[in-house]
Design a protein around this ligand. Sequence first.
Ligand code: ATP
Ligand code: GLA
Ligand code: MG
Length: 538
Amino acid sequence: MAGPVPVASSLSDIYTVDAIGTQAKRWNNLLARFQTIYGQPAEFVARSPGRVNIIGEHIDYSLYPVLPMAITADSLLAVSTNVASTNTKEGHYKIKIANVQDAKFPAHEFDIPYEAVDIDATVHEWTNYFKSGLKGALELLRKKHGNDFEPKSMQILMDGTVPAGGGLSSSAAFVSSSALAVMVANGEKTVDKTELTELAIVSERAVGVNSGGMDQSASVFSERGSALFVSFTPSLKARPVSFPKTNPELTFLIAQSFVTADKFVTGPVHYNLRVVECSLAAAYLNAVLNPPGTQLPSDASPLSVSLHGFHETYFALQEHSSGATKSKSTESQLEELVALTAEKLDKRDGYTREEIAAVLNISVDELNKKFTSRFPVRAEKFKLRQRALHVFSEALRVLKFMSLLEQQPTNTDDTSEYNAQLGDLLNQTQDSCRDVYECSCKEIDELCSIARKAGSYGSRLTGAGWGGCSVHLVPAGKVKAVREAWEREYYSKLDLSEEQKEAAVVVSKPGSGSAVYLVDDKPGPVVVDDRDRGSEVY
Ligand code: ATP
Ligand code: GLA
Ligand code: MG
Protein backbone atom coordinates (compact mmCIF):
# COMPACT_ATOMS: atom_id res chain seq x y z
CA MET A 1 0.00 0.00 0.00
CA ALA A 2 2.78 2.39 0.85
CA GLY A 3 4.97 3.63 -2.01
CA PRO A 4 4.63 6.40 -4.59
CA VAL A 5 1.40 8.00 -5.83
CA PRO A 6 0.73 6.33 -9.20
CA VAL A 7 1.13 8.20 -12.46
CA ALA A 8 -1.88 7.25 -14.59
CA SER A 9 -1.37 6.80 -18.27
CA SER A 10 -5.06 6.61 -19.04
CA LEU A 11 -8.37 7.27 -17.32
CA SER A 12 -8.91 3.52 -17.16
CA ASP A 13 -6.15 3.48 -14.52
CA ILE A 14 -8.27 5.77 -12.35
CA TYR A 15 -11.96 5.02 -12.91
CA THR A 16 -14.11 1.92 -13.28
CA VAL A 17 -15.46 1.17 -16.77
CA ASP A 18 -18.95 2.49 -16.01
CA ALA A 19 -17.56 5.89 -14.98
CA ILE A 20 -15.16 6.42 -17.91
CA GLY A 21 -17.66 8.00 -20.32
CA THR A 22 -18.72 10.80 -17.99
CA GLN A 23 -15.20 11.29 -16.66
CA ALA A 24 -13.58 11.59 -20.11
CA LYS A 25 -16.02 14.40 -21.00
CA ARG A 26 -15.32 16.12 -17.71
CA TRP A 27 -11.52 15.88 -18.04
CA ASN A 28 -11.59 17.11 -21.62
CA ASN A 29 -13.75 20.03 -20.55
CA LEU A 30 -11.33 20.85 -17.72
CA LEU A 31 -8.32 20.84 -20.04
CA ALA A 32 -10.14 22.90 -22.68
CA ARG A 33 -11.22 25.48 -20.10
CA PHE A 34 -7.69 25.64 -18.77
CA GLN A 35 -6.48 26.52 -22.25
CA THR A 36 -9.17 29.22 -22.59
CA ILE A 37 -8.51 30.80 -19.19
CA TYR A 38 -4.70 30.75 -19.22
CA GLY A 39 -4.01 30.74 -22.97
CA GLN A 40 -1.80 27.64 -22.72
CA PRO A 41 -2.27 23.92 -22.03
CA ALA A 42 -2.10 22.34 -18.57
CA GLU A 43 1.03 20.30 -17.87
CA PHE A 44 -0.57 17.79 -15.52
CA VAL A 45 -3.64 16.96 -13.46
CA ALA A 46 -3.48 16.01 -9.76
CA ARG A 47 -6.42 13.92 -8.60
CA SER A 48 -7.71 12.85 -5.18
CA PRO A 49 -11.10 11.33 -4.38
CA GLY A 50 -13.70 11.80 -1.64
CA ARG A 51 -14.53 8.94 0.68
CA VAL A 52 -17.35 7.23 2.44
CA ASN A 53 -16.71 5.82 5.88
CA ILE A 54 -18.05 2.32 6.41
CA ILE A 55 -17.43 2.12 10.14
CA GLY A 56 -15.35 3.92 12.78
CA GLU A 57 -16.96 7.33 13.18
CA HIS A 58 -15.37 10.13 15.20
CA ILE A 59 -12.61 7.90 16.49
CA ASP A 60 -9.74 8.77 14.13
CA TYR A 61 -8.76 11.85 16.16
CA SER A 62 -8.63 9.61 19.23
CA LEU A 63 -6.20 7.50 17.13
CA TYR A 64 -8.37 4.37 16.80
CA PRO A 65 -8.48 2.51 13.45
CA VAL A 66 -11.26 3.17 10.92
CA LEU A 67 -12.61 1.52 7.75
CA PRO A 68 -13.41 4.00 4.95
CA MET A 69 -13.26 3.61 1.15
CA ALA A 70 -12.66 6.06 -1.68
CA ILE A 71 -15.54 7.00 -3.98
CA THR A 72 -15.50 7.97 -7.66
CA ALA A 73 -16.25 11.66 -7.04
CA ASP A 74 -13.00 13.59 -6.75
CA SER A 75 -11.05 16.82 -6.89
CA LEU A 76 -9.02 17.53 -10.03
CA LEU A 77 -6.41 20.26 -10.25
CA ALA A 78 -5.14 21.01 -13.75
CA VAL A 79 -1.82 22.82 -13.44
CA SER A 80 0.82 24.65 -15.41
CA THR A 81 3.99 26.21 -14.01
CA ASN A 82 4.64 28.31 -17.07
CA VAL A 83 3.68 31.63 -15.43
CA ALA A 84 5.05 34.97 -16.66
CA SER A 85 7.02 36.54 -13.81
CA THR A 86 6.73 40.13 -15.09
CA ASN A 87 4.21 41.39 -12.53
CA THR A 88 5.14 39.12 -9.60
CA LYS A 89 6.47 40.93 -6.51
CA GLU A 90 10.18 40.53 -5.73
CA GLY A 91 10.82 37.55 -3.41
CA HIS A 92 7.38 36.14 -4.17
CA TYR A 93 5.86 33.50 -6.43
CA LYS A 94 2.46 33.69 -8.06
CA ILE A 95 -0.55 31.42 -7.60
CA LYS A 96 -3.44 31.90 -10.02
CA ILE A 97 -6.36 29.69 -9.08
CA ALA A 98 -9.75 29.33 -10.75
CA ASN A 99 -12.63 26.88 -10.43
CA VAL A 100 -14.94 25.41 -13.08
CA GLN A 101 -17.80 26.43 -10.76
CA ASP A 102 -16.70 30.05 -10.99
CA ALA A 103 -19.94 31.59 -9.71
CA LYS A 104 -19.66 29.70 -6.43
CA PHE A 105 -15.87 29.70 -6.15
CA PRO A 106 -14.45 32.89 -7.73
CA ALA A 107 -10.93 33.01 -9.17
CA HIS A 108 -8.04 34.52 -7.18
CA GLU A 109 -4.48 35.56 -7.74
CA PHE A 110 -1.91 35.64 -4.95
CA ASP A 111 1.69 36.79 -4.71
CA ILE A 112 3.08 34.64 -1.91
CA PRO A 113 6.40 35.37 -0.17
CA TYR A 114 8.96 32.54 -0.45
CA GLU A 115 9.21 32.12 3.33
CA ALA A 116 5.60 31.69 4.49
CA VAL A 117 2.05 30.90 3.37
CA ASP A 118 -0.41 33.05 5.24
CA ILE A 119 -3.82 31.45 5.81
CA ASP A 120 -6.53 33.48 7.47
CA ALA A 121 -8.52 30.73 9.20
CA THR A 122 -11.06 33.27 10.47
CA VAL A 123 -12.55 33.67 7.00
CA HIS A 124 -14.32 30.93 5.11
CA GLU A 125 -12.63 31.09 1.74
CA TRP A 126 -12.35 28.16 -0.69
CA THR A 127 -8.76 28.92 -1.67
CA ASN A 128 -7.70 28.41 1.98
CA TYR A 129 -7.94 24.67 1.27
CA PHE A 130 -5.46 25.02 -1.60
CA LYS A 131 -3.21 27.19 0.54
CA SER A 132 -3.22 24.63 3.32
CA GLY A 133 -2.05 21.94 0.87
CA LEU A 134 0.54 24.40 -0.46
CA LYS A 135 1.82 25.19 3.02
CA GLY A 136 2.19 21.53 3.99
CA ALA A 137 3.84 20.55 0.70
CA LEU A 138 6.34 23.41 0.97
CA GLU A 139 7.29 22.35 4.48
CA LEU A 140 8.08 18.90 3.13
CA LEU A 141 9.97 20.31 0.13
CA ARG A 142 12.04 22.49 2.46
CA LYS A 143 12.88 19.46 4.60
CA LYS A 144 14.09 17.72 1.46
CA HIS A 145 15.82 20.56 -0.35
CA GLY A 146 16.80 23.02 2.36
CA ASN A 147 15.34 26.27 3.65
CA ASP A 148 16.23 28.43 0.67
CA PHE A 149 14.08 26.33 -1.67
CA GLU A 150 12.14 28.68 -3.99
CA PRO A 151 8.64 27.47 -4.87
CA LYS A 152 7.42 27.60 -8.47
CA SER A 153 4.55 29.83 -9.61
CA MET A 154 1.43 27.92 -10.61
CA GLN A 155 -1.71 28.41 -12.69
CA ILE A 156 -4.51 26.14 -11.55
CA LEU A 157 -8.02 25.20 -12.59
CA MET A 158 -10.01 23.08 -10.17
CA ASP A 159 -12.96 20.80 -10.78
CA GLY A 160 -14.43 19.11 -7.71
CA THR A 161 -17.37 16.67 -7.89
CA VAL A 162 -17.48 15.70 -4.21
CA PRO A 163 -20.45 17.63 -2.78
CA ALA A 164 -19.07 20.34 -0.47
CA GLY A 165 -20.15 19.91 3.16
CA GLY A 166 -21.90 16.67 2.23
CA GLY A 167 -19.99 14.35 4.55
CA LEU A 168 -17.96 12.76 1.72
CA SER A 169 -14.85 14.78 2.45
CA SER A 170 -14.59 17.24 -0.36
CA SER A 171 -12.12 19.08 1.85
CA ALA A 172 -9.61 16.23 2.13
CA ALA A 173 -9.94 15.51 -1.61
CA PHE A 174 -9.16 19.17 -2.27
CA VAL A 175 -6.28 19.46 0.22
CA SER A 176 -4.67 16.16 -0.81
CA SER A 177 -4.90 16.99 -4.54
CA SER A 178 -3.52 20.49 -3.82
CA ALA A 179 -0.53 19.16 -1.90
CA LEU A 180 0.09 16.60 -4.62
CA ALA A 181 -0.13 19.31 -7.31
CA VAL A 182 2.39 21.49 -5.46
CA MET A 183 4.85 18.59 -5.10
CA VAL A 184 4.65 17.72 -8.81
CA ALA A 185 4.76 21.38 -9.90
CA ASN A 186 7.97 21.76 -7.91
CA GLY A 187 9.69 18.98 -9.75
CA GLU A 188 9.11 15.93 -7.52
CA LYS A 189 9.15 12.94 -9.86
CA THR A 190 7.69 10.64 -7.23
CA VAL A 191 5.49 11.55 -4.29
CA ASP A 192 5.40 9.14 -1.38
CA LYS A 193 1.81 8.26 -0.33
CA THR A 194 2.56 8.20 3.40
CA GLU A 195 4.38 11.55 3.29
CA LEU A 196 1.57 13.08 1.23
CA THR A 197 -1.11 11.78 3.62
CA GLU A 198 0.71 12.91 6.73
CA LEU A 199 1.23 16.39 5.39
CA ALA A 200 -2.39 16.62 4.16
CA ILE A 201 -3.67 15.60 7.61
CA VAL A 202 -1.72 18.32 9.37
CA SER A 203 -2.32 20.94 6.66
CA GLU A 204 -6.10 20.66 6.68
CA ARG A 205 -6.08 21.78 10.30
CA ALA A 206 -4.73 25.16 9.11
CA VAL A 207 -8.20 25.85 7.68
CA GLY A 208 -9.68 25.89 11.17
CA VAL A 209 -11.05 22.37 11.66
CA ASN A 210 -9.22 20.08 14.03
CA SER A 211 -9.87 16.94 12.00
CA GLY A 212 -8.41 13.44 12.27
CA GLY A 213 -6.58 11.50 9.55
CA MET A 214 -9.21 9.21 8.07
CA ASP A 215 -10.26 11.31 5.07
CA GLN A 216 -6.80 12.07 3.74
CA SER A 217 -5.71 8.44 4.21
CA ALA A 218 -8.74 7.17 2.28
CA SER A 219 -8.21 9.76 -0.42
CA VAL A 220 -4.53 8.98 -0.98
CA PHE A 221 -4.15 5.24 -0.25
CA SER A 222 -7.35 3.64 -1.55
CA GLU A 223 -7.23 0.94 -4.19
CA ARG A 224 -10.04 0.19 -6.58
CA GLY A 225 -12.31 -2.62 -5.37
CA SER A 226 -11.20 -2.55 -1.72
CA ALA A 227 -12.12 -0.76 1.47
CA LEU A 228 -9.21 0.55 3.53
CA PHE A 229 -8.27 -0.31 7.10
CA VAL A 230 -6.42 2.72 8.44
CA SER A 231 -4.53 2.64 11.73
CA PHE A 232 -2.73 5.61 13.25
CA THR A 233 -0.46 4.05 15.87
CA PRO A 234 2.43 3.44 16.28
CA SER A 235 2.53 5.12 12.83
CA LEU A 236 0.13 5.72 9.97
CA LYS A 237 -0.62 2.48 8.08
CA ALA A 238 -3.30 1.58 5.54
CA ARG A 239 -4.17 -1.78 4.06
CA PRO A 240 -6.84 -2.85 1.55
CA VAL A 241 -9.71 -4.96 2.87
CA SER A 242 -12.05 -6.91 0.64
CA PHE A 243 -15.59 -7.94 1.38
CA PRO A 244 -16.33 -11.67 1.13
CA LYS A 245 -18.70 -12.94 -1.51
CA THR A 246 -22.18 -12.97 -0.03
CA ASN A 247 -25.59 -14.21 -1.05
CA PRO A 248 -27.57 -11.98 -1.28
CA GLU A 249 -24.88 -9.72 -2.68
CA LEU A 250 -24.21 -6.55 -0.69
CA THR A 251 -24.33 -3.00 -2.03
CA PHE A 252 -23.34 0.24 -0.35
CA LEU A 253 -25.81 3.04 -1.02
CA ILE A 254 -24.91 6.61 -0.17
CA ALA A 255 -27.82 8.96 0.41
CA GLN A 256 -27.56 12.73 0.80
CA SER A 257 -29.68 14.39 3.47
CA PHE A 258 -29.23 17.80 1.80
CA VAL A 259 -28.61 19.27 5.22
CA THR A 260 -25.33 21.10 4.68
CA ALA A 261 -23.05 20.63 7.62
CA ASP A 262 -20.27 23.13 7.39
CA LYS A 263 -17.64 22.10 9.90
CA PHE A 264 -15.85 25.42 9.62
CA VAL A 265 -18.92 27.38 10.72
CA THR A 266 -20.19 25.01 13.41
CA GLY A 267 -16.77 23.81 14.66
CA PRO A 268 -16.89 25.59 18.03
CA VAL A 269 -20.07 23.79 19.09
CA HIS A 270 -19.81 20.58 17.08
CA TYR A 271 -16.67 19.07 15.55
CA ASN A 272 -13.89 20.96 17.32
CA LEU A 273 -15.77 20.70 20.60
CA ARG A 274 -15.92 16.90 20.27
CA VAL A 275 -12.14 16.81 19.68
CA VAL A 276 -11.62 18.82 22.87
CA GLU A 277 -14.07 16.65 24.84
CA CYS A 278 -12.25 13.46 23.80
CA SER A 279 -8.84 14.81 24.81
CA LEU A 280 -10.24 16.11 28.10
CA ALA A 281 -11.80 12.69 28.73
CA ALA A 282 -8.39 11.07 28.14
CA ALA A 283 -6.72 13.44 30.60
CA TYR A 284 -9.50 12.96 33.17
CA LEU A 285 -9.43 9.15 32.98
CA ASN A 286 -5.65 9.27 33.28
CA ALA A 287 -5.96 11.37 36.43
CA VAL A 288 -8.52 9.13 38.12
CA LEU A 289 -7.34 5.69 36.97
CA ASN A 290 -3.56 5.84 36.61
CA PRO A 291 -1.07 6.36 39.46
CA PRO A 292 -0.67 10.03 40.50
CA GLY A 293 1.78 11.91 38.29
CA THR A 294 1.32 9.63 35.23
CA GLN A 295 1.82 11.66 32.06
CA LEU A 296 0.03 10.62 28.88
CA PRO A 297 2.32 10.28 25.85
CA SER A 298 2.31 13.18 23.42
CA ASP A 299 0.94 11.72 20.17
CA ALA A 300 -0.24 12.56 16.63
CA SER A 301 -3.82 13.45 17.70
CA PRO A 302 -4.89 17.08 17.16
CA LEU A 303 -4.33 18.09 20.81
CA SER A 304 -1.49 15.60 21.37
CA VAL A 305 -3.39 13.73 24.10
CA SER A 306 -5.80 11.00 23.04
CA LEU A 307 -8.11 8.30 24.41
CA HIS A 308 -5.93 5.76 22.60
CA GLY A 309 -2.89 7.14 24.42
CA PHE A 310 -4.74 6.73 27.72
CA HIS A 311 -5.82 3.20 26.71
CA GLU A 312 -2.24 2.07 26.03
CA THR A 313 -0.81 3.72 29.12
CA TYR A 314 -3.49 2.26 31.39
CA PHE A 315 -2.99 -1.35 30.29
CA ALA A 316 0.80 -1.07 30.15
CA LEU A 317 0.79 0.09 33.80
CA GLN A 318 -1.73 -2.59 34.79
CA GLU A 319 0.36 -5.34 33.22
CA HIS A 320 3.51 -4.00 34.77
CA SER A 321 2.08 -3.85 38.29
CA SER A 322 0.38 -7.27 38.10
CA GLY A 323 3.41 -8.91 36.47
CA ALA A 324 1.10 -10.28 33.73
CA THR A 325 2.93 -12.25 31.08
CA LYS A 326 0.20 -12.12 28.45
CA SER A 327 -1.62 -9.00 27.27
CA LYS A 328 -5.42 -8.94 27.20
CA SER A 329 -6.97 -8.81 23.72
CA THR A 330 -7.75 -5.32 22.45
CA GLU A 331 -11.46 -6.30 22.40
CA SER A 332 -11.48 -7.16 26.09
CA GLN A 333 -9.46 -4.04 26.91
CA LEU A 334 -12.06 -1.90 25.14
CA GLU A 335 -14.89 -3.68 26.94
CA GLU A 336 -13.16 -2.96 30.22
CA LEU A 337 -12.72 0.70 29.27
CA VAL A 338 -16.43 1.04 28.49
CA ALA A 339 -17.24 -0.30 31.96
CA LEU A 340 -14.61 1.89 33.67
CA THR A 341 -15.85 5.01 31.87
CA ALA A 342 -19.44 4.31 32.91
CA GLU A 343 -18.25 4.02 36.52
CA LYS A 344 -15.68 6.82 36.77
CA LEU A 345 -17.26 9.46 34.57
CA ASP A 346 -20.67 9.38 36.16
CA LYS A 347 -21.87 12.95 35.57
CA ARG A 348 -24.33 12.68 32.71
CA ASP A 349 -24.91 16.42 32.38
CA GLY A 350 -21.22 17.11 31.78
CA TYR A 351 -18.25 18.63 33.59
CA THR A 352 -17.35 22.32 33.96
CA ARG A 353 -13.85 23.63 33.27
CA GLU A 354 -13.41 24.13 37.04
CA GLU A 355 -14.37 20.53 37.81
CA ILE A 356 -12.00 19.11 35.21
CA ALA A 357 -9.12 21.41 36.16
CA ALA A 358 -9.45 20.37 39.83
CA VAL A 359 -9.14 16.67 38.92
CA LEU A 360 -6.20 17.33 36.58
CA ASN A 361 -4.60 19.40 39.32
CA ILE A 362 -4.07 22.40 37.04
CA SER A 363 -5.59 25.89 36.91
CA VAL A 364 -8.51 26.74 34.60
CA ASP A 365 -6.13 28.99 32.67
CA GLU A 366 -3.75 26.10 32.13
CA LEU A 367 -6.64 23.91 31.04
CA ASN A 368 -7.79 26.53 28.52
CA LYS A 369 -4.28 26.98 27.22
CA LYS A 370 -3.73 23.28 26.70
CA PHE A 371 -7.15 22.19 25.44
CA THR A 372 -9.32 25.06 24.23
CA SER A 373 -7.04 27.68 22.75
CA ARG A 374 -5.84 25.97 19.54
CA PHE A 375 -9.34 26.12 18.09
CA PRO A 376 -12.12 28.12 19.72
CA VAL A 377 -14.92 26.12 21.35
CA ARG A 378 -18.10 27.29 23.02
CA ALA A 379 -19.36 25.18 25.93
CA GLU A 380 -20.28 25.56 29.58
CA LYS A 381 -20.01 21.85 30.18
CA PHE A 382 -18.05 19.07 28.52
CA LYS A 383 -19.75 15.70 28.11
CA LEU A 384 -16.76 13.52 28.88
CA ARG A 385 -18.76 10.43 29.82
CA GLN A 386 -20.76 10.26 26.60
CA ARG A 387 -17.82 11.04 24.32
CA ALA A 388 -15.51 8.43 25.85
CA LEU A 389 -18.30 5.82 25.84
CA HIS A 390 -18.89 6.41 22.14
CA VAL A 391 -15.20 6.26 21.24
CA PHE A 392 -14.41 3.04 23.12
CA SER A 393 -17.57 1.29 21.94
CA GLU A 394 -17.10 2.43 18.33
CA ALA A 395 -13.47 1.26 18.35
CA LEU A 396 -14.79 -2.11 19.50
CA ARG A 397 -17.37 -2.19 16.70
CA VAL A 398 -14.63 -1.61 14.11
CA LEU A 399 -12.75 -4.63 15.45
CA LYS A 400 -15.91 -6.75 15.42
CA PHE A 401 -16.66 -5.67 11.85
CA MET A 402 -13.12 -6.53 10.77
CA SER A 403 -13.24 -9.93 12.41
CA LEU A 404 -16.55 -10.69 10.63
CA LEU A 405 -14.92 -9.75 7.31
CA GLU A 406 -11.95 -11.97 8.06
CA GLN A 407 -14.12 -14.91 9.21
CA GLN A 408 -16.11 -15.17 5.97
CA PRO A 409 -19.72 -16.46 6.10
CA THR A 410 -20.13 -20.15 6.91
CA ASN A 411 -23.23 -20.92 4.84
CA THR A 412 -22.31 -19.55 1.42
CA ASP A 413 -25.71 -20.41 -0.15
CA ASP A 414 -27.48 -17.97 2.09
CA THR A 415 -25.45 -15.41 4.01
CA SER A 416 -28.45 -13.40 5.26
CA GLU A 417 -27.51 -13.95 8.87
CA TYR A 418 -23.91 -12.88 8.26
CA ASN A 419 -25.08 -9.82 6.31
CA ALA A 420 -27.41 -8.93 9.16
CA GLN A 421 -24.52 -9.11 11.65
CA LEU A 422 -22.52 -6.63 9.59
CA GLY A 423 -25.59 -4.39 9.27
CA ASP A 424 -26.32 -4.60 12.97
CA LEU A 425 -22.92 -3.09 13.78
CA LEU A 426 -23.66 -0.17 11.44
CA ASN A 427 -27.03 0.32 13.15
CA GLN A 428 -25.33 0.33 16.55
CA THR A 429 -22.95 3.02 15.28
CA GLN A 430 -25.89 5.14 14.23
CA ASP A 431 -27.56 4.72 17.64
CA SER A 432 -24.36 5.76 19.37
CA CYS A 433 -23.80 8.74 17.04
CA ARG A 434 -27.38 9.87 17.60
CA ASP A 435 -27.78 9.33 21.34
CA VAL A 436 -24.29 9.34 22.84
CA TYR A 437 -22.03 11.38 20.57
CA GLU A 438 -24.89 13.65 19.44
CA CYS A 439 -23.61 14.11 15.89
CA SER A 440 -26.64 12.99 13.88
CA CYS A 441 -29.69 15.07 12.94
CA LYS A 442 -33.35 14.26 12.42
CA GLU A 443 -33.06 14.10 8.62
CA ILE A 444 -30.28 11.50 8.76
CA ASP A 445 -32.20 9.52 11.39
CA GLU A 446 -35.19 9.57 9.06
CA LEU A 447 -33.19 8.39 6.01
CA CYS A 448 -31.84 5.53 8.12
CA SER A 449 -35.18 4.40 9.42
CA ILE A 450 -36.82 4.59 5.97
CA ALA A 451 -33.97 2.48 4.52
CA ARG A 452 -34.14 -0.15 7.27
CA LYS A 453 -37.89 -0.53 6.80
CA ALA A 454 -37.33 -1.04 3.07
CA GLY A 455 -34.70 -3.77 3.57
CA SER A 456 -31.35 -2.19 4.47
CA TYR A 457 -29.28 -4.39 6.83
CA GLY A 458 -27.57 -1.39 8.36
CA SER A 459 -27.88 2.37 7.98
CA ARG A 460 -25.94 5.21 9.51
CA LEU A 461 -24.48 8.65 9.03
CA THR A 462 -21.07 8.81 7.42
CA GLY A 463 -18.40 11.46 7.96
CA ALA A 464 -18.69 14.18 10.53
CA GLY A 465 -22.50 14.13 10.70
CA TRP A 466 -24.89 16.89 11.80
CA GLY A 467 -26.24 16.55 8.25
CA GLY A 468 -24.35 15.49 5.17
CA CYS A 469 -24.47 11.89 4.01
CA SER A 470 -25.65 8.50 5.14
CA VAL A 471 -24.39 5.04 4.16
CA HIS A 472 -26.53 1.91 3.87
CA LEU A 473 -25.68 -1.77 3.52
CA VAL A 474 -28.39 -3.08 1.25
CA PRO A 475 -28.96 -6.48 -0.39
CA ALA A 476 -28.67 -5.99 -4.16
CA GLY A 477 -32.28 -7.06 -4.65
CA LYS A 478 -33.58 -4.35 -2.31
CA VAL A 479 -31.72 -1.37 -3.78
CA LYS A 480 -34.71 -0.37 -5.90
CA ALA A 481 -37.14 -0.65 -2.99
CA VAL A 482 -34.89 1.46 -0.74
CA ARG A 483 -34.47 4.14 -3.40
CA GLU A 484 -38.23 4.26 -3.99
CA ALA A 485 -38.96 4.53 -0.30
CA TRP A 486 -36.57 7.50 0.04
CA GLU A 487 -38.10 9.20 -2.95
CA ARG A 488 -41.62 8.71 -1.60
CA GLU A 489 -40.99 9.50 2.04
CA TYR A 490 -38.05 11.95 1.97
CA TYR A 491 -36.80 13.48 -1.28
CA SER A 492 -40.23 14.27 -2.77
CA LYS A 493 -40.84 16.52 0.24
CA LEU A 494 -37.77 18.67 -0.49
CA ASP A 495 -37.43 21.33 -3.13
CA LEU A 496 -34.55 19.84 -5.14
CA SER A 497 -33.02 20.82 -8.48
CA GLU A 498 -32.67 18.16 -11.20
CA GLU A 499 -28.95 18.03 -10.48
CA GLN A 500 -29.57 17.45 -6.78
CA LYS A 501 -32.15 14.75 -7.51
CA GLU A 502 -29.63 12.94 -9.66
CA ALA A 503 -26.89 13.15 -7.02
CA ALA A 504 -29.17 12.30 -4.07
CA VAL A 505 -28.43 8.57 -4.02
CA VAL A 506 -25.42 6.76 -5.42
CA VAL A 507 -24.41 3.14 -5.44
CA SER A 508 -20.84 3.24 -4.29
CA LYS A 509 -18.10 0.91 -5.38
CA PRO A 510 -14.70 1.28 -3.73
CA GLY A 511 -12.64 3.61 -5.94
CA SER A 512 -8.94 4.26 -6.39
CA GLY A 513 -6.88 6.86 -4.54
CA SER A 514 -4.70 9.82 -5.57
CA ALA A 515 -3.06 9.86 -8.99
CA VAL A 516 -1.14 12.17 -11.29
CA TYR A 517 -1.84 12.41 -15.02
CA LEU A 518 0.83 14.04 -17.17
CA VAL A 519 -0.75 15.94 -20.05
CA ASP A 520 2.59 16.95 -21.56
CA ASP A 521 3.35 13.73 -23.33
CA LYS A 522 -0.24 13.20 -24.49
CA PRO A 523 -1.50 16.13 -26.54
CA GLY A 524 -5.19 16.16 -27.43
CA PRO A 525 -8.09 14.76 -25.40
CA VAL A 526 -7.43 12.63 -22.32
CA VAL A 527 -6.58 9.03 -22.85
CA VAL A 528 -9.09 6.37 -21.99
CA ASP A 529 -6.89 3.46 -22.80
CA ASP A 530 -3.85 2.77 -24.90
CA ARG A 531 -5.77 2.27 -28.11
CA ASP A 532 -7.30 5.72 -27.73
CA ARG A 533 -4.03 7.52 -27.06
CA GLY A 534 -4.07 10.88 -28.82
CA SER A 535 -7.34 10.30 -30.66
CA GLU A 536 -10.76 11.88 -30.14
CA VAL A 537 -12.56 9.95 -27.43
CA TYR A 538 -16.08 11.29 -27.20
P1 ATP B 1 -16.92 16.11 5.72
O1 ATP B 1 -15.65 16.74 6.21
O2 ATP B 1 -18.01 16.13 6.70
O3 ATP B 1 -16.70 14.78 5.12
P2 ATP B 1 -16.70 18.04 3.54
O4 ATP B 1 -15.23 17.78 3.56
O5 ATP B 1 -17.34 18.03 2.21
O6 ATP B 1 -17.48 17.03 4.47
P3 ATP B 1 -15.97 20.48 4.84
O7 ATP B 1 -14.87 19.80 5.55
O8 ATP B 1 -16.81 21.45 5.59
O9 ATP B 1 -16.98 19.44 4.20
O10 ATP B 1 -15.33 21.22 3.56
C1 ATP B 1 -16.13 21.90 2.60
C2 ATP B 1 -15.34 23.08 2.03
O11 ATP B 1 -14.32 22.61 1.10
C3 ATP B 1 -16.20 24.01 1.18
O12 ATP B 1 -16.87 24.96 2.00
C4 ATP B 1 -15.16 24.67 0.26
O13 ATP B 1 -14.50 25.73 0.90
C5 ATP B 1 -14.16 23.55 0.03
N1 ATP B 1 -14.52 22.85 -1.24
C6 ATP B 1 -15.05 21.62 -1.36
N2 ATP B 1 -15.29 21.30 -2.66
C7 ATP B 1 -14.91 22.37 -3.39
C8 ATP B 1 -14.91 22.68 -4.80
N3 ATP B 1 -15.37 21.81 -5.71
N4 ATP B 1 -14.43 23.88 -5.16
C9 ATP B 1 -13.97 24.75 -4.25
N5 ATP B 1 -13.95 24.53 -2.92
C10 ATP B 1 -14.40 23.36 -2.48
C1 GLA C 1 -14.65 14.32 9.38
C2 GLA C 1 -13.16 14.41 9.71
C3 GLA C 1 -12.55 13.04 9.90
C4 GLA C 1 -13.37 12.20 10.90
C5 GLA C 1 -14.85 12.25 10.56
C6 GLA C 1 -15.71 11.58 11.61
O1 GLA C 1 -14.84 13.75 8.14
O2 GLA C 1 -12.48 15.12 8.71
O3 GLA C 1 -11.21 13.15 10.31
O4 GLA C 1 -13.14 12.64 12.21
O5 GLA C 1 -15.32 13.59 10.39
O6 GLA C 1 -15.42 10.23 11.70
MG1 MG D 1 -14.08 17.78 5.37
